[in-house]
Design a protein around this ligand. Structure first.
Ligand SMILES: Cc1ncc(COP(=O)(O)O)c(C=O)c1O
Length: 261
């Protein structure tokens, strides 16, 4: 609506999809208004280290018009132990944190999330006023859902540990299976519940066609990597590790069969 364009930055496919700071720095200028970080990352599973968050803030600090959007919706699904909220590192750059109930609390149907504004120098006063007007005018998550999420945020979180270890167990199973299949390889995700799998089979020319053929012939649904980024995601697909092991096992058997065809 306002003539903005998006510019993608590179993540290193051979180093756990770590953020490429040189690439970001080379793409920054005074026109950049929003620098987006998804941490833990969908689709790669990378979890930025505290030092990397500081590096990102140092880049943004050079451009006073730039705000960081930090989408941390997978924050409770961190297996590295170093997940850290971007806003907690910033003493000048405005950070808008996004979060919601759908991933960590496994409640996508509740349709509830939040933005948290951290703006130490009050640079976004007008923008914030605009967003609040918009919220008052027509948008609202249902009140019972808001109370439910609040209880989830405030009450003790011990019960989440069981879910987290279940996801980790399934993720480990997927990584093992991918490692055993000729034609596929994958970086080990540090968080979230996805794997961004590289198709190393030289016969595969298009990740999108491969994904469609897999769906039509073997009824396994994954997402083509070029849909996330034609430049950086081509030759990959994303899969989810949430189903029970028996279903994951069946899906991998079919993928293996498909690659053997
Ligand atoms: C990084 C990220 N942010 C936000 C969302 C949105 O979640 P929801 O619409 O369920 O709140 C998703 C869902 O896939 C996501 O991966």
């Amino acid at each position: 609506m306002y003539g903005a364009t998006t510019v993608e930055y590179r993540l290193d496919p051979h180093d756990n999809w770590r953020i490429d700071f040189e690439d970001i720095a080379s793409k920054m200028d005074e026109n950049v208004r929003l620098l987006v970080l998804i941490n833990p990352n969908n689709p790669t599973g990378n979890v930025a280290t505290p030092a990397e968050i500081d590096s990102l803030l140092a880049i943004a600090k050079e451009y006073p018009q730039c705000t960081i959007i930090s989408d941390e919706i997978y924050d409770g699904l961190d297996f590295t132990g170093h997940m850290s909220s971007t806003a907690s590192h910033s003493n000048s750059v405005p950070v808008i944190t996004l979060n919601g109930v759908s991933k960590v609390y496994f409640a996508p149907g509740w349709r509830i999330g939040y933005m948290a504004w951290h703006d130490p120098e009050n640079r976004l006063e007008l923008v914030r006023d605009g967003v609040e007007r918009l919220l008052r005018s027509r948008l609202c998550a249902s009140t019972p859902a808001q109370h439910g999420y609040l209880a989830g945020l405030l009450d003790e979180h011990g019960w989440l540990e069981g879910h987290r270890s279940l996801v980790k167990e399934r993720l480990d199973y997927c990584i093992k299976r991918i490692g055993e299949i000729d034609g596929l390889e994958c970086e080990v995700p540090g968080g979230a519940f996805y794997m961004f799998v590289r198709i190393t089979d030289q016969r595969v020319a298009s990740d999108k066609q491969w994904v469609l053929d897999l769906l039509h012939r073997h009824h396994v649904l994954v997402v083509h990597g070029s849909g996330f980024s034609p430049e950086y995601g081509s030759g990959h697909f994303r899969m989810v590790c949430l189903p029970p092991i028996e279903i994951l096992s069946e899906a991998f058997d079919r993928i293996e069969q498909f690659l053997g065809d």
